[in-house]
Ligand binder design. Structure first.
Ligand SMILES: Nc1ncnc2c1ncn2[C@@H]1O[C@H](COP(=O)(O)OP(=O)(O)OP(=O)(O)O)[C@@H](O)[C@H]1O
Ligand SMILES: [Mg+2]
Length: 297
């Protein structure tokens, strides 16, 4: 059953189209990763899905309601906003007890969530003394206090070191697997998120350019760049573009984008023999997320 469903979302800020005809579905039990570079529209998408920003076009259903007009749709949603800030001079437990009171939740729930997020030992620490990773755990505790069925987290791993990132992602995975919480999480780092999500949506310039399972993304990422250094790059590039869709000259190199690098090696070899092309070197490069996204522009 879809918990969150967005269809044809459009959001403009003046002349900027931040979200452009975007559709996404998060079903019960899913962990969906929304992945894209800075400025791609992740935060805007999340705010539209939460109904805290008015969409210009499109439809959103959150637990079956329109979140912009029906705030009760958010009752079972926990949110970790981008760059969360909390009152620095409060202790962890005090801050969460205020959160509990706002939600009308039993005070016992505070210690329960602290244990879930691994912050129980820090319950008496002042928020200003927490590390970045601990603050992120606090943000999660804050989001979980009212036992949401859906957790939306906007880049919960930004500003963390690799170990901290990995720990937060493990925690999200635990929340999904052991506590049955459906999760919608954004990030600009694909490989680390691919480890825990069951669906991935790649966003670029406000549009979803790829959706699928992590293994389908991996398949798409298989596309390689073959870099060729040659004496006359312009000539060789022209010849190669008869065989490959995307051939670019970059300085003294040619970049060929292909999911079959072996074929590039073969054809370059053939051209060396048949057309006397002088080649200094051929090598395969891994495609980075940015490159993959360019493919869809
Ligand atoms: N309130 C706003 N007013 C004007 N432009 C905005 C506003 N919010 C977002 N934008 C623009 O919309 C586009 C998408 O921004 P958004 O914050 O959604 O991207 P993002 O994917 O979350 O980026 P980041 O990874 O940096 O957080 C950007 O071009 C941004 O400058
Ligand atoms: Mg953002």
């Amino acid at each position: 059953m879809p918990i969150l469903e967005a269809r044809g979302l459009v959001k403009r800020f003046g002349r900027i189209v931040a979200v452009n005809n975007l559709s996404i579905t998060v079903s019960e039990g899913d962990i969906v990763g929304l992945i894209g570079p800075n400025g791609a529209g992740k935060t805007t998408t999340i705010r539209l899905c939460l109904g805290i920003l008015r969409r210009d076009r499109g439809e959103v259903r959150l637990f079956g309601y329109d979140p912009f007009y029906e705030p009760k749709s958010r009752e079972k949603v926990g949110v970790v906003f981008e760059n969360p800030r909390f009152p620095e001079a409060l202790t962890v437990e005090k801050m969460l007890s205020y959160t509990a009171r706002i939600y009308g939740v039993e005070a016992d729930r505070v210690r329960e969530v602290l244990k879930i997020v691994g912050l129980y030992e820090k319950r008496n620490a002042l928020i200003k003394t927490l590390s970045a990773g601990q603050k992120q755990r606090l943000a999660l505790a804050h989001a979980l206090i009212h036992e949401p069925l859906l957790l939306i987290a906007d880049e919960p791993t930004s500003n963390l070191d690799p170990i901290g990132r990995s720990e937060i992602l493990d925690l999200l995975s635990t929340l999904n697997k052991d506590y049955g919480i459906t999760i919608f999480v954004s990030s600009h780092v694909l490989p680390e998120l691919a480890r825990i999500v069951n669906r991935v949506a790649l966003i670029s310039r406000g549009q979803i350019v790829f959706q699928g399972t992590p293994s389908e993304v991996e398949e798409a990422l298989k596309e390689k760049i073959v870099r060729i250094r040659a004496k006359d790059v312009e000539d060789l590039a022209k010849m190669l573009s008869e065989y490959f869709d995307r051939v670019e000259v970059r300085g003294a190199s040619i970049l060929v984008y292909t999911d079959n690098p072996g074929e590039v090696y073969r054809i370059v070899g053939e051209l060396m023999v048949k057309r006397n092309v002088v080649v200094y070197g051929v090598e395969s490069l891994e495609v980075q997320l940015e490159e993959l996204l360019r493919k869809y522009r």
